[in-house]
Design a protein around this ligand. Sequence first.
Ligand code: ZN
Length: 287
Amino acid sequence: MMAACPLCGAACPHRFTRGEFRIFRCAPCDFEFVHPIPPPEALEATYGGEYFQGAGHGYGDYFEAERAVTLRKAAQRLDRLERLGLRRGARLLDVGCASGVFLEAAVERGLDARGVEPSAAAVAHARASVRDRIHDTLEAAAAHAPYQAITFWDVLEHLPSFIDTLAVARSLLAPHGWVGVVVPVIDNANARFFPTTWDQYKPPEHLWYFSRRSLRAVLSKHIGPVRFEEPAWIRRARLFDVAWPARGRLAAAARALEAAVTSAALVALRLPRALRIDSMAMYAERA
Ligand SMILES: [Zn+2]
């Protein structure tokens, strides 16, 4: 079973299957992808109101419980953009802004921030102060171009046409404008050696699985040189992400045993930091 790599076009072997979705790997690109991409109706169904508040997939209760975490991450990312030269009054576009928490933080810092969010359910939860700043498509946000920064926080891996989207983003950037990206990356022992244990393999939400190398290559090609990168999330405690099927005493005992064994294994293995990176942040400057 083979599928064409979306980055280089080479025929790539099937790596493993999760649910009804097949994941392929392009070794030369160090990039993995779902094939075939589910039809638009199926993807839309994934992101209904349930996505942000349901139990099955997506976010637990994104809007309230995760608000503090989202604000903390927003502060770090805005610090970085400021160190890269973004000034008060600059125009920023946050693609996939959900309920606009990052926009709130950006506006607070004096940026002229807008967002794009196709999910009406998410936008319904936006605070009044930013709701009018959220567009439903990238095309609608184009009216306010050029932007000094366009950000994709945990978004590219969800987009069926991420390369086209990056090309549009580039066209909306001012000269020397920035694209900021955070995506899960396969540079960790789970994804490399025990793929079924990595919790970020979650089709159809995540369609593309970048590595540091392939993310850098994609941004360099479609935006411009990557000027800064850092791990956004380092795997700490667990070597495996076993989804224990049952509740109850036996499952609890199994979980406790697994936790003890894996924390001992982690200490014994002394996994280097490079094998624990779950997610990367990168900032590319428009060439
Ligand atoms: Zn390839």
